[in-house]
Design a protein around this ligand. Sequence first.
Ligand SMILES: [Zn+2]
Length: 386
Amino acid sequence: MSPGDCGKISIFVLVDALGWEHLRNHEFLTDILPFRSPMDTVLGFSSAAIPTILSGQMPEVHAHWCLFKKARFLSCFSWTVPLALFPERLRENHRTRRAIGGLTRVMYRISGYFCLYEVPVSILHRLDYVERKDLWQPGALAGCPTILDALSSRSIPYSTSGWRGTDEVRVELCLNALSRMPVQCCFLYLSELDAALHSFGLDSKQARDELVAASVRIRRLLARAHQLYSQVELFVFSDHGMNAVTEAHDLQSTLASQGPKRSHYLAFFDSTMARFWPKNREIGGQLEEVLSSLSYGRVLSESELSELGLGFSGNEHGEIIFIMNPGHIVAPSFVSNGVPKAMHGFHPSDSFSRACFLSCKELASTPRHVKDMYSFFETQLGLQRE
Ligand SMILES: [Zn+2]
């Protein structure tokens, strides 16, 4: 393609975990993205925030919240039932878990981000996996169109880096896509800042280096776009922020000693929340009594869940939701045996949970919440919902 003959392109970059509070303490592309504002996010993790960004809907509508939910009937893990009979050291070891993950992904053709984390194999068959399809492809959310569906249905050319591979691999994919054919927009997803923040902390050299690396990659993409397109507009945003971890709590042991028998309820221990499905109301009451006595978190009421866009019609995402106070985490949990230096997934009202929106130009309407991103994409690309 000859330089400058491809018209206009919008470049959208999602930097996972680039929090507004974190950004305020660091220099990051201020020369090319001078218009900056905080964005509120959803309660949960990227598994909830990214579907909300791409669809403009809250989790209760797109039905993606945490990666695991209670199985309603048969789940993609139903085939693991006989494994519960294996001795624990055989069932839960690294090789078995890797094999289970690999087989499940192939058998159920899971194209979304897939990880078993540390979820015990013994309870897998009672759970189902939410992100079965690649969020960066059309048709990812059942019955809930994303911006990629909107672009595809109108045959508007676009490119996306997807979620696979390293940041470097993803930026190369976008660079190649731009050179191959003219596109109206390009979505780049960068995730390595999130990983560095978890492992090394908010003020670490590794996190600072990742921020620099992200800015270098974005500048490379921008430079290539300027070579090929007559008009280039860049927008960088995030899905959530990040809190420093101040204290870890062994919630599983506390419940084992003070709560009802473990066989009387199903539980999922995320790092910043725990979800419960008690056998009956009485067991639920006992669980709530113990949870309410803990100083480091609280049970969310139904009305608060509805206000947070988590008023799901069924109970598969959890009947009792316990959320940790900012900075306090559940450890060990089903997502990690260790204690990360920083974590997200706390209440969205905490300032460190906030995401950010950075723009190359002043907008008539700036996204204030991650769900506003969908209408921003529509406006920027001249689309309207059908
Ligand atoms: Zn993360």
